[in-house]
Write a protein that binds this ligand. Structure first.
Ligand SMILES: NC(=O)c1ccc[n+]([C@@H]2O[C@H](COP(=O)([O-])OP(=O)(O)OC[C@H]3O[C@@H](n4cnc5c(N)ncnc54)[C@H](O)[C@@H]3O)[C@@H](O)[C@H]2O)c1
Ligand SMILES: [Zn+2]
Length: 354
């Protein structure tokens, strides 16, 4: 299969290119090499068959789709960004970019799409109240966060909640601009599949980590902040109280999920769109992750700062059974092993201390 990997010069995309190659497929990369992901002076990532272009450029996309059997769409501006002023850029790159890609796929008759989805579409994860069953707490109030009240409460009775695993059927509730653009990508992919007889799978990645992760910019993930601090000889700074639960999934496992999803599309009905949680199935707290990295790096212990970011959710962890059951994927890299490797692995060029 000849696969166009958008964002194929990025952290996850470049691992997908490798995985596709190992599975006997041919990967072609289309990437804008955004400065937020590829800082000036960083070496250009060695991506095979790289076309440098922006998805919003119809002609460039049409050219890149020639002879392509399927698209693996990883390109996006990621992270929380600096402030709301970034919103037009997120929407342009992620949603207009996706719309142009899908329109050009329709013209070129390319029918198979795997999309890099995200767990951010859920907002908060699943919570259960002893009295009210499964409930959906809204965004946390700034006053609560300031006062160190980090746990969301039952919207009906105010009781403490127990966090659980979110399934793909949970309602969407994007809490920031990036999350809204990731949800819109799914809606666009689903509309495209229905309108053109295409087949689409969205892999809703949880917190992806591993070698080649970008350095600590406002666009990076928390594992990269901690890893970059350790590289500078500093303590990882853990926000809130460190008890936030996440599902850390290794980038090689995510790449493998993309390969199985691309293969599975051939069996799907035209018009089908399916979302799959893509997580390790092993929830850990942010504090545990910081400690695992610090001790494997033999660096200073983490510091819990009580700081917070308004767009952050408290807990979000996935039930990834659908991906295991329907596509036969299973994660291979365990938490301890993956974090030990990541503690000393290279970050994306340009990172402090690298
Ligand atoms: N890293 C995570 O934890 C995580 C979690 C959930 C979802 N995702 C999704 O996975 C995908 C890959 O993320 P990543 O972590 O590898 O980020 P990354 O920044 O390393 O890679 C994204 C790549 O896309 C390119 N790009 C962005 N917009 C583009 C456009 N309009 N046209 C062409 N190229 C463009 C960038 O230059 C970059 O190389 C994204 O869609 C992201 O939303 C990532
Ligand atoms: Zn209640």
């Amino acid at each position: 299969m000849r696969v166009l990997v958008t964002g194929g010069a990025g952290f996850i995309g470049s691992q997908i290119v490798q995985a596709l190659g190992s599975a006997g497929h041919e990967a072609v990369v289309f990437d804008a090499l955004l400065p937020s992901a590829h800082p000036a002076g960083a070496h250009r990532p060695p991506a095979q068959g790289l076309t440098v272009g922006d998805l919003r450029d119809r002609e460039a996309v049409a050219g890149a789709l020639a002879g392509i059997d399927a698209v693996c769409h990883q390109a996006a501006m990621v992270g929380l960004g600096k402030d709301f002023a970034d919103a037009p850029e997120y929407v342009g790159l992620n949603d207009l970019g996706t719309a142009v890609l899908l329109a050009e796929m329709a013209s070129a008759g390319v029918r198979d799409l795997v999309l890099a989805g995200s767990m951010v579409v859920y907002g908060e994860g699943r919570y259960d109240c002893a009295r009210h069953g499964t409930v959906r707490p809204g965004p946390r109030a700034a006053d609560d966060l300031r006062a160190g009240r980090f746990e969301p409460r039952c919207p009906s009775c105010g009781a403490e909640l127990s966090p659980g695993l979110v399934t793909e059927d949970a309602p969407a509730d994007p809490r920031n601009v990036y999350a809204a653009t990731k949800l819109a990508q799914e809606h666009l992919a689903s509309a495209w599949a229905r309108a053109t007889g295409g087949r689409a799978i969205s892999l809703r990645y949880h917190n992806v980590y591993g070698p080649g992760m970008p350095r600590d910019t406002p666009y990076a993930g928390v594992a990269s902040f901690f890893r970059s601090a350790l590289a500078r000889g500093q303590s990882p700074r853990v926000f809130e109280d460190g008890a936030q639960r996440r599902d850390f999934v290794h980038v090689r496992d995510v790449a493998a999920a993309n390969t199985v999803a691309l293969t599975a599309l051939a069996e799907r009905e035209p018009g089908a769109f399916t979302a799959y949680n893509t997580g390790s199935g092993e929830p850990h707290t942010i504090g545990e992750m910081a400690s695992a990295l610090a001790s494997a790096h033999q660096g200073p212990a983490p510091v819990v700062t009580g700081e917070y970011r308004l767009g952050d959710v408290r807990h979000v962890t996935a039930d990834s059974r659908r991906l295991r059951d329907e596509l036969g994927w299973k994660p291979e890299v365990g938490f301890a092993e993956g974090m030990a490797e990541f503690a000393t692995a290279r970050l994306r060029a340009g990172a402090a201390g690298e």
